[in-house]
Design a binder for this molecule. Sequence first.
Ligand SMILES: CC(C)(COP(=O)(O)OP(=O)(O)OC[C@H]1O[C@@H](n2cnc3c(N)ncnc32)[C@H](O)[C@@H]1OP(=O)(O)O)[C@@H](O)C(=O)NCCC(=O)NCCS
Length: 189
Amino acid sequence: MIDLSALRDNPTLSGDRVCLVPLTGEHADDYYRATQDAETRRLTGSHHSVTYEEAHEYCRSRQHQFDRLDLAILELPSERFVGELSLRDVDPDNESAAYRIALSAIEFTGRGLGKEATRLVLEYAFDRLALHRVWLEVYAFNMRAIAAYRSCGFTVEGRLRDALLWEGRRHDALIMAVLEGDFRKAISS
Ligand SMILES: CC(C)(COP(=O)(O)OP(=O)(O)OC[C@H]1O[C@@H](n2cnc3c(N)ncnc32)[C@H](O)[C@@H]1OP(=O)(O)O)[C@@H](O)C(=O)NCCC(=O)NCCS
């Protein structure tokens, strides 16, 4: 049985290079800037252009959402905001949840920060929340994301054909998931 109190506990999860803290209004300006980044929007298939007010409302409202976990990713030791992630669609009956992550700008990518953040949140998801399965959707062209997820134990389970229409071209999305045992194996290797 999963432990839903883990979603109310406002955890801070610390690693070597990043630390994850609850996303709040304090991160809203950085979060808003990230939503305007053209490459991040392409990689996440974000058609909707987030307004400044929406960004602030989203960040402010996170601390009142007890059915999901929204964390800011801070680079260490500077504690600079470099992105955010969520565990959402938590399904207690099936002990599963969906995952998404976005580093804020291309300059933060490819340096191992996303992998470390994902490992930290999966550790929390499996150890503290006691989930069995975490799944996500990723566009098939996003090779860096797929590699980062694979190294945390995710495997590809399926393909959603032509799921994204971006600037006149259609792209497939992949469903990836990691089960608790896959994660334990991935982190021990
Ligand atoms: C996806 C994301 C979280 C990954 O985090 P990251 O810090 O950039 O990735 P890491 O440096 O931790 O790991 C990258 C992995 O991809 C590999 N990689 C890097 N650039 C690559 C590229 N262009 N093509 C293929 N693989 C690549 C690295 O070698 C590494 O693989 P390894 O673990 O086998 O060594 C981050 O890039 C991101 O947020 N990007 C913008 C938004 C986005 O794409 N979100 C995901 C939507 S599903």
